[in-house]
Write a protein that binds this ligand. Structure first.
Ligand SMILES: C[S@@+](CC[C@H](N)C(=O)[O-])C[C@H]1O[C@@H](n2cnc3c(N)ncnc32)[C@H](O)[C@@H]1O
Length: 219
């Protein structure tokens, strides 16, 4: 079959295994815990068939979807019209985009962060920073991978020389290059990352990754 993204009907079916209401519950828990601004307007990047549009709109949020594919944008626009939802759709590249009006929350789902180089990723963050009001959250679903094969955990040992004894506690932790790049952008603070959409399971305590979510906040 050709590109799934040119076939929104098939895409929508292929990714329909998610529990959308539960995912929007997690968004709202993030707003309550971590957003420094009230959330009304939300932006989905690489929005595809906009699976969260209906649920978000039902809960009172105003939705904007941005996607590179004309087929996806038209499909979602038609869906919103059919559902009687007043939403905006923009055909654009998530690496470099501008919104007419800033939003209070941005999200990218299912690893859909399409930046092909460090420069593109930094350009993407610059675009998100312009689109997102200060104190607002950027939510990344499985856009950051975790390398579990790296050494991890605590080591302890003692050394003695010339009557001086030293007790060493040495902790190695996984550092993800994406978080370092976030620092480099200078526009976001790291809030946290959790496994499997569960805010009770920070990645630091996990031994494997399944659909991890990452949250950063616009400075
Ligand atoms: C896996 S789908 C995600 C769709 C939707 N967010 C969801 O949760 O089901 C990826 C989408 O990214 C879009 N896409 C690919 N490259 C893009 C880019 N550079 N900028 C914006 N959208 C892009 C594709 O057209 C496709 O609709």
């Amino acid at each position: 079959m050709e590109n799934l993204y040119d076939n929104p009907d098939y895409y929508d079916l292929a990714f329909s295994w998610r529990n959308i209401a539960k995912e929007v519950d997690v968004f709202e828990e993030c707003f309550r815990r971590y957003s420094e601004i009230p959330v009304k307007r939300v932006l989905e990047l690489a929005s595809g068939t906009s699976p969260h549009l209906e649920e978000l709109s039902r809960r009172g949020y105003t939705y904007t979807g941005l996607d590179l594919s004309r087929a996806m944008v038209s499909w979602s626009r038609a869906k919103a019209r059919k559902l009687g939802i007043d939403a905006r759709f923009i055909e654009a590249d998530m690496v470099d985009f501008r919104l007419p009006q800033p939003v209070d929350f941005v999200f990218t789902m299912c690893g859909s962060l399409y930046a092909k180089s460090t420069d593109e990723f930094l350009e993407h963050l610059e675009s998100v920073a312009k689109a997102l009001r200060r104190g607002g959250l950027y939510f990344l679903d499985w856009c950051i991978n975790f390398e579990w094969n790296q050494p991890k955990g605590e080591q302890r040992w003692k050394m003695e020389r010339d009557g001086v004894e030293i007790a060493v506690r040495f902790l190695e932790e996984v550092t993800d290059p994406a978080s370092l790049l976030l620092d480099k952008s200078g526009k976001f603070d790291f809030v946290g990352w959790w496994n499997d959409w569960d805010l009770a399971r920070p990645m630091e305590n996990e031994t494997s990754a399944n659909r991890p979510i990452t949250l950063v906040r616009r400075r």
